[in-house]
Every structure is written in structure tokens, then in C-alpha cells.
Design a protein around this ligand. Sequence first.
Ligand SMILES: [Zn+2]
Length: 283
Amino acid sequence: MPELPEVETVRRGLSPAMEGVVIEKADVNRPDLRWPFPDRMAERLTGQRVDRLRRRSKYILADLSGGETLLIHLGMSGRMTVSGDPLGQFVHEHPAPEKHDHVVFHMANGARVTFNDPRRFGVMDLMPTATAEAHKLLAVLGPEPLGNDFHEQHLIESFRGRNTPVKSALLDQGIVAGLGNIYVCEALYRAGITPRRKAGQISAKRVAALVPVIRQVLQDAIEAGGSSLRDFRQADGELGYFQHRFDVYGREGEACRTPGCSGAIQRITQSGRSSFYCAQCQR
Ligand SMILES: [Zn+2]
């Protein structure tokens, strides 16, 4: 499942193909993904210029010249492929159509953007740009972790009196938007906080220290995604998934990387999901 840095990487990869460019034609090859597509979606997209491609949490938002915004979520298995873009960094032949190519954008610059999603947990919707933030999927979201509204006081107040483990608190999209299992594990490791600690029992000072750590973990991953965009591995034009080195995630039983620590990474299950951490240096 793509996390925030992957989605940001997709957005950056789509930008040269789509931003400022008119959608000459949209193919919508089925009635739904996770939910039905909006009425007359192909028609409403055709002839629209993508004025801006932005991201909110794990959603990509394309603001269209006609005053509507296209919301895209990749779900569990969704992927976007760019081909034939004469201007951007991708110059790939248009691939042969594949079975799960559900939506195809034919751009006026010759680029083709294909949304393929075998499991169909993805989402596309259209709403007025002016009220986009009120969309049911966006209205519930807390501040962006890389934005100005995510700051120390916000996190301290959000954690105050909370009896849930800090791991669950950071996965709560109303506290901070777009953080997923992988980057919460990584951030807690870098902050030296055990995922089992109750959010309300962590000192304000340590909670405050989490804010720059969360930002840095995400920024490092976005940077790795940026390298992957320039990398030969993206030779097929597919966007979003990249190799990234994690310090604790997926490293059960392996040595902790903190200098001077002799601990090994442990895995526990919290709310049905794996948490990876070092019990020696995360307290
Ligand atoms: Zn350690």
C-alpha cells in the first residue's frame, strides 16, 4: 500500500506530463473502482486543463480549469504509468493496453497517463475545487505532517490524556494526515520512543521532539523517491514504488543500527498491525 512519500513521488512524476496540459480525452473503462465513478466522468474530464496537481495526505488532487477537482487515491494496488511524454523526464513508448487499465488520460502534449488497479481499492472522484476540503474523504483529515499546521503544540495537545499507544495515536488521521505503519515505526525509532508507550504519558518535551523527526523521516523517503524518478529502474514509466532503506521496518531479529546499542529489532502486533522497534533504545 503506497504511503505518503510514494504518493508524493507519483505526484512529482505526473507533474511534467499533466500540469498545465489539457486532457484531450479520458477513457473510463469500467463503472467503478472501490466506489462508482462520478457521473459522466469521462465527459467532465475531457477538454479540461490540469491547472495544478497537488497532494493532500495520500490523495492526489488535480485542479481543473473548469472549476472541478479530480481526486485520485491509489488504494492497495493502484499504479500510474506515464508514456510518450515529449516534455518530461519520461520518454516511453505507449504500452499495449493491459487488463486492469481502468482510466487512461490522453494529454494534449502527447503524454498518456494510465491508472491500473487490479484489486480496485483505488478511488476517483470529482468535486468543486472551491469546496474540495469539505469532501468526505478530506474533511476528516488532520494537518499535513509537512505543513505549517503540524507543529509541536498541536501534537502535545492531541496526545494529552490519550490512553492509546503512541503508535495508534500517530496512525490516527485526525491527529496527523497521511502517516502510515512504516513511517510511524521509523519515526518512533528515531525519536527513541517505544510504540507501546501511552500517548498521554509521554513528556511534552519528547512529544515536541517527534515533530521534526516525523518531518525528516518523510522528507528522507520523498528524497529517495525523487532519486528513483531519475533512476533507470523507472524505465517502464511506472511511478511511485521505490527502494528505500528502513531502520526498523521489516527488520525483525536484525541488529539495531543505533551506535553503541546491542539490541535486536523486535516485532509486536498492535491493533492488528506489525510494529518494529528496539526495546533497548526506545523507551
Ligand atoms: Zn537499539
